[in-house]
Design a protein around this ligand. Structure first.
Ligand code: ADP
Ligand code: MG
Length: 366
């Protein structure tokens, strides 16, 4: 009997993986995993190095075979199908262009391999180069292009034969920050224009938040949390997610008989409702941008948590200022705020209070 929540051939997903895993000898690169990707979705595999992102991509592409499990493409079991018959386009971090071929020939390559007529090839290569902003570069060799331009050729070579699924493994990893952000917008625009399903791999959380319909966060060969960027940021499941995506203040404590959380210094604070029983050990999180620094004599708002403390460090990083506060109960907190001029920014050693609203706290799984 098939559980409806398990992806499989009965769904209209672009890709569905059931129980897919990969072992190398005794090393588990990927634990048995279920994952489905919707038609036209932009799904990002995010995670630290070694978490299994490339393994998952290579399994879908067919570059490696799974130890267990089944892969469905458009509802068809393709687990045993050779890679080139899967019709999945790939974009690589190192571009993987052919150095002795011109831009035109690199982009034309997949069409020639599919034995398309010369006139079709000319038209399709022109269209693909137009889409990535490289018309006029047809006769250059890869070494005559910048890194960003080379990756545009890589993308053109991928979209030129209209694959229904495109996979990109850290495609912007070799580019500097400004160019990376520009290329992120361009890839998003291409996704909108083409409507292709994209599976994108990165270890950069900001890139993942910015680009994805959904993020699949991986750790140690497993999916830790799968959800929209909003869900991962505002409702992280556990400590790993909370710390990997954005910054977080973590506070641990034990529930008392009044339904409050007793934290360091024997202070009790309200927590979001959740039916916690007395004695339950909880880990709660509040994001630094939800923590306010107030003057020591400022009146306290209802529903706020307040701790007195002293400013530790202040780092000015342009638009935002990041401040650490050593509180009286021994808990170190981080606050982030929109930067003011130097004179108005918190000064190290100043006595302050930190406040945050109970509604901004998230209870994590421990
Ligand atoms: P990521 O892409 O997230 O950095 P990978 O999927 O490349 O991670 O690797 C996941 C794990 O599998 C790592 O621990 C890695 O060392 C291991 N691994 C990957 N490929 C092989 C291989 N060919 N032989 C042995 N171990 C491998
Ligand atoms: Mg990798």
């Amino acid at each position: 009997m098939q559980d409806e929540t398990v992806p499989g051939p009965h769904t209209a997903h672009a890709i569905a993986l059931t129980g897919i895993s990969k072992m190398y000898g005794l090393v588990t690169a990927l634990h048995p995993t279920d994952l489905s990707v919707d038609m036209g979705e932009f799904l990002t595999l995010l995670g630290p190095s070694g978490s299994g992102k490339t393994t998952l991509l290579n399994l879908i592409a067919g570059a490696i075979g799974p130890t267990t499990g089944t892969i469905f493409l458009d509802g068809r079991d393709i687990t045993q199908m050779p890679p080139r018959e899967r019709g999945i386009g790939m974009v690589f971090q190192n571009y993987a262009l052919m150095p002795h071929m011109t831009v035109f020939d690199n982009v034309a390559y997949p069409l020639r391999a599919r034995r398309q007529p010369a006139s079709t090839i000319r038209a399709k290569v022109a269209e693909a180069l137009e889409r990535v902003g490289l018309r006029g570069f047809e006769d250059r060799k890869p070494r005559q292009l910048s890194g960003g331009q080379q990756q545009r050729v890589g993308i053109a070579r991928c979209i030129v034969y209209s694959p229904s699924i495109i996979m990109m493994d850290e495609p912007l990893g070799a580019l500097d920050k400004n160019l990376r952000e520009q290329m992120q917008s361009e890839i998003k625009r291409l996704h909108r224009e083409l409507g292709t399903t994209i599976i994108y791999v990165t270890h950069d959380q900001e890139e993942a938040l910015n680009m994805s319909d959904r993020i699949c966060l991986m750790s140690a060969g497993q999916i830790t949390q799968l959800g929209t960027p909003d869900e991962l940021y505002f409702q992280p499941r556990d400590r790993f997610v909370a710390e990997f995506i954005g910054e977080s203040n973590l506070i641990s404590g034990r529930m008392n008989s009044n339904g409050q959380l007793v934290i360091a210094g024997n202070r009790s604070i309200p927590v979001p409702a959740g039916g916690w029983t007395e004695g339950a050990e909880l880990l709660v999180m509040v994001r630094p941008e939800r923590v306010r620094i107030c003057d020591i004599d400022e009146p306290v708002k209802e529903g706020s948590n307040v701790l007195s403390g002293e400013i530790g460090t202040t780092s000015f990083v342009g638009g935002m200022t990041r401040v650490t506060i050593q509180t009286e109960i021994g808990l170190n907190m981080t606050a982030k705020m929109v930067s003011g001029r130097a004179a108005s920014r918190p000064q190290a050693g100043a006595r302050v209070r930190v406040c945050w609203s109970s509604s901004d706290m998230v209870v994590l799984e421990t």
